[in-house]
Design a protein around this ligand. Structure first.
Ligand code: COA
Length: 158
């Protein structure tokens, strides 16, 4: 497994089907499918959303979707194929998406994730996110979400 070959690039419309199917398997498991190929495809074409992919020798092994609002960014999806995890690919994609939000001067980035997703909660805490709220029944009334937030403003000390 050579992650040096992995590139993080903007998604193309024809990546939407694979991204949506990966999302269904690794993020939306047990829920009604909401990130359908059509929805992902609309995000790829949207001017206020970035959809990125991690590709290794042409294979799509990870993806991320971030929406950029007037003052906040929102991470909608971040996923890496199971056997490619813990090699820094999630980190690279998150940095890529956050860099755009910083460049746009946005204040913070927020996300929601399943309360039971302890591994991802730890991943985001290690990337500077803090848990700000529990949102009851956020996932189709089946599971609570934890809302997390990270300030993107540079801190200047005199
Ligand atoms: C959350 C997720 C996107 C992280 O992706 P990833 O590629 O595994 O992320 P990284 O490899 O950058 O970091 C994962 C861990 O591996 C460690 N790591 C990174 N590179 C490493 C290396 N070369 N050797 C050993 N460990 C490494 C990191 O320190 C990190 O530890 P932490 O989670 O305790 O912070 C991935 O686990 C995933 O797809 N999960 C399922 C979907 C999901 O839950 N998404 C989030 C909600 S939308």
């Amino acid at each position: 497994m050579d992650t040096k070959q992995t590139e993080v690039v903007l998604a193309q419309v024809n990546d939407a089907y694979i991204i949506a199917n990966m999302s269904r398997q690794i993020i939306e498991q047990g829920l009604q499918w909401s990130w359908t190929p059509e929805r992902v495809g609309r995000c790829v074409l949207s001017t206020d959303t970035n959809v990125i992919t991690a590709k290794n020798e042409g294979d799509l092994i990870g993806f991320g979707v971030m929406y950029y609002g007037a003052s906040k960014a929102h991470l909608n999806l971040l996923g890496v194929e199971a056997h490619w995890r813990s090699h820094g690919i999630g980190h690279r994609m998150l940095e890529w998406l956050e860099m755009c939000a910083r460049t746009a001067g946005l204040e913070c980035c927020q996300l929601e994730l399943r309360e039971s997703n302890h591994k991802a909660r730890k991943f985001y805490i290690n990337h500077g996110y803090t848990e700000i709220e529990r949102v009851r029944g956020y996932y189709q009334h089946r599971e609570n979400a934890i809302r997390m937030s990270k300030s993107l403003q540079e801190k200047h000390f005199l």
